[in-house]
Design a protein around this ligand. Structure first.
Ligand code: SF4
Length: 196
């Protein structure tokens, strides 16, 4: 015979009553529990990109929440290898597979900073200020060091005192334009972090 205390009896009775009331109202636990769990990336936006870490240049798929509405905060929630990418065909090394941590790291640099000569402090500056400074310094250096002809009269139009490192996540089109800009200024020291 089933032995139960008064407290246990009350608990069982209350649970049964609640269950039968829900059943009367149309709640069918079997159907609810059998529902397929929603795919976690169902409401995300997929963006193709390139892993920024090494020169292999593996393709990645980034999944972001937030549809661009004013009250929605966009956030990358998942990253995986791009199965259609010819370099990695969906695979990522451990470093690339942990990219999500890099994106959300509190130590990630997200704004331009400037350290004045002789100072040990980095100061946050605006993008406009940063770009103006870069353009000004490039022009000063190019004006001072551009070589139009060698000593024996050969035209070379080269600028050897400045170099440029382009970003891995640039598209083919951006890469092409960046190359054109660098070469048209006479820059020879020009490289891309990913060889893509
Ligand atoms: S996933 Fe690994 S191998 Fe591929 S680019 Fe990133 S760091 Fe390099």
């Amino acid at each position: 015979m089933l032995q139960m205390s008064r407290r246990q009896f009350l608990k069982v009775t209350a649970t049964s009553l609640a269950g039968s009331s829900l059943a009367l109202m149309g709640f069918a636990p079997d159907n609810v529990l059998a529902e397929v769990r929603q795919y976690k990336l169902a409401r995300t936006t997929e963006t193709r990109n390139t892993c920024p870490y090494c020169s292999v240049g593996c393709g990645i798929l980034m999944y972001g929440l937030g549809d661009g509405a004013k009250n929605a905060t966009a956030s990358i929630i998942h990253i995986e290898g791009d199965p259609d990418h010819p370099v990695n065909r969906g695979t990522l090394c451990p470093k690339g597979a942990s990219l999500i941590d890099f994106i959300h790291s509190p130590n990630r640099l997200q704004h331009p900073e400037y350290r004045a000569a002789g100072s040990n402090e980095w100061k946050r500056i605006s993008w406009d200020e940063a770009l103006d400074r870069i353009a000004k310094r490039l022009k000063e250096d190019r004006d001072a060091n551009f070589v139009e002809k060698t000593a024996d009269g050969k035209t070379v139009n080269r600028w050897l005192t400045t170099g440029m490192l382009a970003a891995s996540a640039a598209s083919n089109e951006v890469g092409y334009l960046t190359h054109k800009v660098a070469r048209s200024m006479g820059l020879l020291a020009f490289d891309n972090q990913a060889r893509v």
